[in-house]
Design a protein around this ligand. Structure first.
Ligand code: NAD
Ligand code: MN
Length: 496
């Protein structure tokens, strides 16, 4: 099959039939109040679909169906080896429909089609398959008891899980939760972001085709306050698994306290430091990576390396490399297969990011790389921006911008670098570049972050946990540790 051109993708997009209804209890249906909202593409403002605007009544329906299915046991008590087969089929169907799903992702939230094809959709399928393959290989424990006792330590599904996800990697973030939640036997009600509901809606049918029983997996598109909030307050939801901003994460914990003390697992924001020491093995390679760390996905990445800490003695040399590396991250129509930098998610977010650019200027930081997005005036395009001379107390260094706006901060020695790196409410990720083995270990230990990358930025896969320290959240996605969030631990004591 020949690779598709911009023209191919554009014409496929024009013919695409896009489902906008919610999926409850095994079928597509309109929202109870029959409300919809128009989902437009950030690429060109075109309306993609009228999407179901779910509210409390839909949440009630989906949760009731989820509970009924859970109690019936067709999924929750299915042999793990059988759940494995069904979920593997689901992963196969994601792969078989990869081009359509990738296109939906690009049209919906603006990311380059090449990245949706190479990363988002294969990553989602891989997350589901990894959890499927694991589920018949995890065992319980037997306690170290006296001879007249048998202590069984088992894990069982929590029940009904509400999954609430953001728009930056719509299907991938959902899959990091669907994989373990479904593998463990739970029922799931997924609330995708109002900014990127289309792949979630589409895969509901694929899950059903794979053999996931009715009610076990529902999808409720809609707004946070209208669909997300009633889910978080529902008395019959046992857990919420969330990825999104720290502000909303806090609201979900309040909602839990106000309702049934449901477990709340949050993967929240970040303001991650990327620390370049003068003895980095290869300054040019570090700069190429630092450019990707802020520009990938138009900077809309929770782990974006948004604070670049550079040792003073190599600052000028490093910034020259960085400017050059960022040259290849100019906005290009996201449907063009050569694009590696697409559109921001929507006009509102674009304005918000531009507001931070203005704030950086006002606070006295120096812009050394400016926006090159003006030429694509039609869509929500904004090229990378770099500020140097940033102090860690400036807004552009403290707040998560969620766009390609990089704050460059100088430091003198490792002690100062670590102090600046940890001086943030967040703790999602951190990178460091050095040839000194001891320094690499010492600094990695001192960094308060859930992921630390040495001589690379970004890395890891389903085999390692992912999540945050401090206000970047709790719990972990990926790896067997993720199963903890979707199971309760039970101790059963048998007198012999
Ligand atoms: P957001 O917090 O605005 O929204 C996330 C989801 O929560 C959406 O589905 C939204 O509709 C829903 N929501 C909003 N208000 C709600 C409410 N009151 N009750 C229930 N649900 C509500 O986040 P966003 O703008 O979609 O995504 C960007 C954020 O996501 C950034 O902060 C980013 O760092 C974070 N993120 C974190 C990770 C991670 O793994 N830690 C990964 C990706 C994105
Ligand atoms: Mn938001």
């Amino acid at each position: 099959m020949a690779a598709k051109s911009l023209h191919d993708w554009t014409s496929i997009a024009e013919r695409l039939q896009i489902e906008g209804r919610c999926f409850i209890d095994g079928r597509y249906q309109d929202a109870a109040e029959q409300c919809t909202f128009d989902k437009v593409s950030p690429l060109d403002g075109r309306k993609l679909a009228a999407v179901a605007r779910c509210g409390g009544a839909d949440v009630d329906l989906a949760v009731a169906a989820a509970r009924k299915a859970f109690e019936a046991g067709h999924w929750s008590r299915m042999a793990p080896a059988q759940r494995k087969r069904v979920l593997s089929r689901f992963a196969d169907l994601l792969e078989a429909n990869a081009e359509e799903l990738a296109l939906l992702e690009t049209l919906d939230m603006g990311k380059p089609i090449a990245h949706a094809l190479s990363t988002d959709i294969p990553g989602a399928a891989n997350a589901i398959r990894w959890c499927a393959e694991a589920i018949d290989k995890v065992y319980g424990e037997i306690a170290a008891t006296a001879a007249d006792q048998l202590g069984l330590i088992t894990r069982e599904a929590v029940g009904v899980v509400g999954v609430i996800v953001p728009w930056n990697f719509p299907l991938l973030m959902a899959s990091w939760k669907l994989g373990p939640a479904l593998a463990c036997g739970n029922s799931v009600v997924l609330k995708p972001s109002e900014r990127s509901p289309l792949t979630a809606i589409r895969v509901a049918r694929l899950a059903s085709e794979a053999g996931i029983p009715d009610g076990v997996f529902s999808v409720l598109p809609g707004f946070g306050t209208e669909a997300g909030s009633p889910l978080s307050l529902h008395m019959d939801v046992d857990a919420i698994a969330f990825t999104g901003s720290t502000n909303i994460a806090k609201q979900l914990m309040v909602a839990s306290g106000k309702s049934n003390l449901k477990r709340v697992w949050t993967e929240a924001g970040g303001k991650s430091p990327n620390i370049v020491f003068a003895d980095a093995p290869d300054l040019a390679a570090a700069a190429t990576s630092a450019a990707a760390a802020i520009a990938y996905n138009q900077g809309q990445v929770c782990t974006a390396g948004s604070r670049l800490l550079v040792q003073r003695s190599v600052r000028e040399a490093f910034l020259d490399h960085l400017r050059q590396a960022l040259g290849s991250w100019s906005p290009i129509n996201a449907l063009d297969p050569s694009s590696r930098y697409g559109a921001m998610v929507d006009a509102q977010h674009l304005q918000q990011v531009k507001g931070y650019v203005a704030a950086g200027m006002e606070e006295g930081a120096r812009m050394i790389v400016g926006d090159k997005g003006e030429s694509l005036a039609q869509g929500c395009y904004l090229g990378p921006v770099v500020f140097e001379g940033v102090r860690n107390d400036m807004r552009i260094a403290r707040e998560e911008i969620f766009g390609a706006v990089l704050a460059v901060i100088d430091f003198e020695d490792a002690e100062e670098a670590v102090a600046i790196a940890n001086d943030t409410p967040y703790g999602l990720a951190a990178g460091l570049w050095t040839s000194n083995l001891s320094r690499a270990h010492q600094v990695a230990r001192a960094l308060r972050a859930g992921s630390v990358w040495v001589n690379q930025y970004s890395g890891g896969d389903m085999t390692a946990p992912f999540g945050g320290f401090k206000q970047s959240g709790n719990g972990r996605d990926r790896s067997l540790h993720a199963f903890d969030k979707y199971t309760e631990l039970k101790a059963t004591w048998i007198r012999l």
